[in-house]
Every structure is written in C-alpha cells, then in structure tokens.
Write a protein that binds this ligand. Structure first.
Ligand SMILES: [Zn+2]
Ligand SMILES: [Zn+2]
Length: 109
C-alpha cells in the first residue's frame, strides 16, 4: 500500500499505459509507482502470446533470463538467452546465448 506524501491518506493505484500511478483521493496528489514494465522490450513481448524476450542494440543483458549452458569460449556455465528474428522475416526467430562472464554471443543450432 502507498500513502500520500502530502497528507498521509491512502493512495489508489491506477494503471495507465502499463505504468502504475497512485492518486490520493483526499488531496489529489499523484505519484508514479514502481514501473510495471521497465523497458520497451517488455511491452513488445506483451503483445505476443509467448513470453520471448527480443534483444536490440540498446537493451541491457541483465534483463534477460539466464540459463545453465557452457560458454564455448570461456567455459563459464551460465549465459543469458534471447530470441532474435533473422533478417528474412519468414524464418522463425533464432535463440541466441550471451555468456554472463565474457559476453561471448552464439546462436543455437
Ligand atoms: Zn494527499
Ligand atoms: Zn564466456
């Protein structure tokens, strides 16, 4: 529960464009809640039925799920994974891995 910074009254949550907003019913003070979706990737993913993360240049790897897989380069046993659409759009997206240690990227065959 969130209380108003100004009057201490209980604030009500309202969801707008995927973001939570809190409004005080007493004084009308609004406060932005914790972001429900943090990046544009999550918004894109929401539209699809499957929850598959898709990476782009600006995305932060830390937001992707990790899996236990051996890095072919440094033999670290953990990597982030994500799906990426190949340039020809009619092929299914390929799963890529990115080593959590050396950031080596490779694709699943
Ligand atoms: Zn208030
Ligand atoms: Zn590695």
């Amino acid at each position: 529960m969130i209380f108003c910074e100004k009057c201490g009254n209980l604030m009500i949550a309202e969801k707008k464009k995927g973001k939570m907003k809190y409004i005080c019913r007493k004084c009308g003070h609004t406060s932005r809640g914790k972001k429900v979706v943090s990046t544009s990737i999550s918004e894109k993913v929401e539209e699809k039925e499957e929850k598959i993360p898709v990476i782009s240049e600006k995305d932060v790897l830390e937001e992707f799920p990790k899996t236990k897989i051996i890095c072919p380069k440094c033999e670290n046993n953990e990597a982030y994974w994500f799906m990426q659409q190949t340039r020809s759009g009619d092929e299914p997206p390929t799963r890529f891995y990115c080593c959590s240690k050396c950031e080596h990227k490779w694709r699943e065959y």
